[in-house]
Ligand binder design. Structure first.
Ligand SMILES: NC(=O)c1ccc[n+]([C@@H]2O[C@H](COP(=O)([O-])OP(=O)(O)OC[C@H]3O[C@@H](n4cnc5c(N)ncnc54)[C@H](O)[C@@H]3O)[C@@H](O)[C@H]2O)c1
Length: 254
């Protein structure tokens, strides 16, 4: 197969969580540009606008509103996706949240919420999509981890625990499903300029400290993930299983 065909996603049905803005929006755009049809599952008020903007690129794109904290809503959203698209070829578990407190005061309610959205919802959607993909004998699951799958971080214990969990879950599922046509991989983004990092960006000293450690000399922009997500969603990655693809401007190697 020619290299340009390896990356072609024409006709593939992709479910992207949290695609209204930030990294999910750019990754959804990349999938559409590569030919996929996309359903965004998100709680945001910006969902309808994001879906409209994607549809204007010439492929089917719809928004499915759901709170991923709620197990019933997750199930309903997945069923809505299947109803609308008839299959699921690509799942990008992107939606994620963080809460910042010193560890000794970290409220258990915040812990529960972060773990529910960042880890339990990821498992739940992997399981729902995995069943369909195993039955059809093919599928690409891409979980969005973080550098905090490798590093401990400061004042984000729940986030760090959840992202370490996402990396391990990715490996666990890959071990079970790789031989049955279903690919499970993850992307670990470094520091990206999105609303998730508003607190960090507003802390001038911390912002500069982080910047000083990035060999590329800049924070990431959402478009920096477009190549990685198309690679892992396409035939170009057909012998890649259980990988955590780090996209961080070199931060981790420093
Ligand atoms: N920005 C970074 O530097 C960075 C670095 C590493 C990993 N990540 C990860 O990448 C993913 C996306 O991050 P981002 O920076 O784009 O975040 P963001 O805050 O900019 O966007 C998060 C998206 O998830 C949606 N979302 C949040 N809670 C939801 C819920 N309960 N139900 C449904 N949708 C919900 C939001 O509406 C939004 O569309 C997250 O998993 C995050 O942990 C981000």
């Amino acid at each position: 197969m020619k290299v340009k065909d390896l990356f072609d996603l024409t006709g593939k049905k992709a479910l992207v969580t949290g695609g209204s803005y930030g990294l999910g929006r750019a990754m959804a755009e990349a999938l559409v540009e590569a030919g996929a049809e996309v359903g965004l599952v998100d709680i945001s008020d910006q969902l309808a606008d994001a879906a409209r903007a994607l549809a204007s690129l010439g492929r089917k794109a719809i928004g499915i509103r759901a709170d991923l904290c709620d197990r019933g809503e997750r199930k309903r959203a997945f069923q809505d996706f299947l109803q609308a698209f008839g299959a699921v070829d690509i799942l990008v578990n992107n939606a994620g949240i963080t809460r910042r407190h010193v560890a000794e005061e970290f409220p258990v309610e915040d812990w529960d919420q972060v773990i529910e959205v960042n880890l339990t919802a990821v498992f739940d959607l992997c399981q729902m999509a995995g069943k369909v993909m195993l039955a059809q004998g093919s599928g690409k699951i891409i979980n969005i981890a973080s550098l905090y799958a490798f590093l401990g971080g400061l004042r984000v214990p729940a986030y760090t625990a959840s992202k370490g969990g996402v990396a391990q879950l990715t490996r666990a599922l890959a071990n079970e499903w790789a031989g049955r046509g279903v690919h499970v991989n993850a992307i670990a983004p470094g520091y990206f300029d999105t609303p998730l990092n508003t607190a960090l960006k507003n802390d001038a000293r911390r912002y500069q400290e982080i910047l000083n450690r990035i060999p590329a000399g800049r924070w990431g922009q959402p478009d920096d993930l477009k190549g990685a997500v198309v690679f892992l969603a396409s035939r170009a990655s057909d012998y890649v299983h259980g990988a955590i693809l780090v996209v961080d401007g070199g931060f981790l190697g420093r």
